[in-house]
Design a protein around this ligand. Structure first.
Ligand code: PMP
Length: 363
């Protein structure tokens, strides 16, 4: 069996060219006589890898100069604590609940200060997004948190809310773990964005934080030093040893993105892939997606068989067709196809062709 089309939600499919380059450079990086894994993070070789990765990411995502890019550890879940430790200053925080990941963020932040629900789509099973005009944001909130793309429920903000237009001066915090680099970011609306790397950027172990400079330097006294954005920023993400190999691989992904037309080109590819899959689901008599059309994620597509007794047969046939990791998250059930940047359109075509055939056998 060769390389499969891998629909995992994360850790997820990587661009094959990146894996090949990493393999070729594994034993001896650029004539240094060392693998990147073996380099000191303070040596000139790794510093050059780090600086290139940061510059490429800044260019790709068009990150303005007054934002810092931090390469951290702990994943999205650690940021659920690290953000309140750095931004709350003991005050209240507001959360918009749109699925499992924003629910987790709310719960964790509650350990560090009053965490409120500004809006929630729970009543409709997280198949819609609450309209920003309806959000009840506290007058003195320290920040408003949203999850840009809910990996499990498959809902995505296609436009970031403009908090100023809602009369709120507090910064917007966005968990963009599962759609970072899949589309451009309107930084004028963002105070801080964070995400684990293991979906669209590279291997697990690296957490990306992009934060407006004026939000740095206000950590609570008990914030762990390694998680204090000021210490991390002042030390070029090397206050402690950073996840060097993950940063290197993410850097190769950034170069792959640049070679393939950057974020604008990725967004067009992602629109085409998502449309192909959703159009099929909407026309199918067996499969269905239950998310409101204008809230559907381009990255994570949950779907169900109307006859759930066929689930195991569907998954077994998919595996035989080299279409892997399609089982849905246990809290939602059914299936889920994650179609991140590295998933070629051929993968989605193969999935749709398989689903079409599977549907026919039941007719
Ligand atoms: N936020 C989102 C949107 C996610 O999809 C995930 C992981 N699936 C997390 C946070 C948690 O990330 P980690 O496991 O890296 O802590």
């Amino acid at each position: 069996m060769g390389r499969a089309f891998n629909f995992s939600a994360g850790p997820a499919i990587m661009p094959e060219a990146v894996l090949q380059q990493a393999a070729a450079e594994m034993l001896d990086w650029h004539g240094s006589g060392m693998s990147v894994m073996e380099m000191s993070h303070r040596g000139k070789e790794f510093i050059s890898i780090y600086e290139q990765a940061e510059a490429d990411l800044r260019e790709l995502l068009a990150v303005p100069a007054h934002f810092k890019i931090l390469f951290m550890q702990g994943g999205g879940l650690a940021e659920n604590a690290i953000v309140p430790l750095n931004l709350s200053q003991g005050g209240a925080m507001d959360f918009v609940l749109t699925g499992s990941w924003s629910q987790k963020s709310l719960k964790e932040a509650g350990k560090y200060g009053p965490a409120r629900v500004a809006a929630s789509a729970q009543a409709d099973g997280f198949t819609t997004l609450p309209a920003p005009a309806t959000w009840q944001i506290g007058a003195h909130t320290r920040y408003v948190h949203i999850c840009g793309n809910e990996t499990i429920h498959g809902v995505e903000f296609h436009e970031l809310p403009d908090l100023k237009a809602l009369g709120c001066d507090a910064p917007l915090v966005v968990d963009f773990s599962s759609h970072v680099a899949s589309r451009p970011v309107d930084w004028s609306r963002v105070g801080l964005a964070f995400g684990g790397a293991q979906k669209n950027l590279g291997p697990a172990g690296l957490t990306l934080v992009i934060v407006r400079e004026d939000l740095i330097g206000h950590a609570l006294p008990h914030c762990p030093s390694a998680f204090d954005y000021k210490l991390v920023a002042d030390n070029q993400s090397m206050y402690n040893t950073p996840p060097t190999y993950s940063i290197y691989i993410a850097g190769l992904v950034f170069q792959w993105l640049k070679k393939n037309g950057g974020i604008a080109a990725m967004e067009q590819r992602n629109i085409a892939k998502a449309q192909l899959l959703y159009d099929f689901l909407d026309s199918s008599s067996l499969f269905e997606n239950r998310v409101a059309k204008d809230c559907r994620s381009r990255m994570n597509v949950p779907f169900f068989l109307r006859d759930e007794s066929r689930n195991e047969a569907f998954l077994a046939g998919a595996k035989a067709a080299n279409l892997l990791q399609l089982k849905g998250h246990k809290t939602v059930g059914g299936m889920r196809a994650s179609i991140y940047n590295a998933m070629p359109i051929e993968g989605v075509q193969a999935l749709v062709a398989y689903m079409r055939e599977f549907e026919k056998t039941l007719a």
